[in-house]
Ligand binder design. Structure first.
Ligand code: 2P0
Length: 320
């Protein structure tokens, strides 16, 4: 019998960029994110005696390039001597395009795989296993505002504030729909070894996290906006100053940032954040979401927009 889990992508407001340990996939910095509600990945797993190797379908197509990573994650959850699995993944948003699809995919994968072996782990244990597969995936185990603390040997993750405590909205402006030119794992390696700004990025991260956490707990939107935009631009400065440079933006990315600046000048409560891709995520108070969505839809180069409230962490769902 297949087990199905659903997880939603998360968007980091204080970013993860760089690893402390590559073999364990331990992040070099702590991070803070919001888990979305309406974008999702549903992952179905069936451990099956009759299979001689794992199989993977992503959005109705074979996905051989991702299979090794998925198999390794299943080994971590179920042991290397496990039965082989049939894995079927569906996402309702573009994958591999800077929209955190690996976060929702691996969060859902560990929940479903754990259930297949008896549902033996707690949420933090599952988050650590998801994080070993994809650093940001650990945060999608948790709903609302999730904080990941990067320890020397392992991570800790928790919800700082529930989605219902501060119901922000996110408008995602899609500015390109192809896969990104360089995966974030390879890009991080490049930044760690070549960016002259990497060490100061590491040094100041806890300061940004502290400011963001305080903003969150006092529901201070202006303070959260300022520190999140600053942290995002700092991460991209590290990327841009890597050799060769890592530039995920396109001209529409910049146009979206200008749109958001104009909205801010009108007094709208909105800020931008951008991940390892050209899409722009506008985080706003619910009362400003309609205006933000319309302005981004009308921005040159925007192909589409998606809108989401904040949502829950990864969980089991009934098979469709
Ligand atoms: C984040 N990103 O905090 C940052 C911001 C992209 C930019 O986490 O190598 O796919 O699998 O641990 O989680 C994307 O990186 O990287 C990411 P791996 P992941 O959301």
């Amino acid at each position: 019998m297949a087990v199905v889990a659903q997880a939603q992508p998360n968007i980091a407001l204080i970013k993860y960029w760089g690893k402390r340990d590559h073999s364990l996939n331990l992040p070099a910095v702590s991070s803070l994110s919001i888990t979305l509600q309406s974008l999702w990945t549903r992952m179905s797993i069936d451990f099956n005696d009759e299979l001689t190797e794992d199989t993977l379908q992503v959005n109705d197509r074979g996905a051989p390039a991702m299979l090794a990573r998925v198999s390794h994650c299943l080994d971590l959850v179920a042991g290397a001597d496990r039965r082989r699995a049939s894995v079927v993944s569906h996402s309702n948003f573009p994958i591999g395009a800077g929209l955190a699809s690996s976060a929702s995919a691996f969060a859902a994968l560990v929940v479903a795989a754990d259930e297949e072996v008896g549902g033996i782990r707690n949420r933090l244990e599952l988050a650590r296993l998801a994080g070993a597969a994809s650093g940001s995936a650990a945060r999608s185990l948790y709903g609302g505002f999730a904080e990941l603390i990067a320890g020397e040997e392992q991570i800790d993750v928790r919800t700082v504030c529930e989605a219902s405590d501060w119901p922000l909205e996110v408008i995602v402006a899609i500015t390109a729909d192809g896969p990104k030119p360089l995966g974030s794992g390879d890009a991080m390696i490049r930044s760690e070894s070549t960016s002259p700004f990497y060490s100061s990025w590491l040094e100041r991260q806890d300061d940004d996290l502290k400011v963001a956490r305080a903003a969150l707990l006092s529901r201070d939107f202006a303070q959260l906006a300022a520190v999140a935009e600053h942290n995002c631009l700092k991460m991209h400065s590290v990327m841009w100053s890597s050799r060769p440079p890592v530039v995920y933006w396109n001209s529409a990315t910049l146009s979206c940032m200008e749109t958001i600046r104009a909205l801010q000048a009108e007094g709208r409560a909105v800020f931008f954040t951008i991940d390892a891709g050209p899409q722009v995520k506008a985080v706003c108070l619910p009362g400003d979401a309609d205006a933000v969505a319309v302005a981004l839809q009308q921005t040159a180069g925007v192909i589409d927009t998606m809108r989401s409230a904040l949502g829950a962490g990864a969980r089991l769902v009934d098979p469709a």
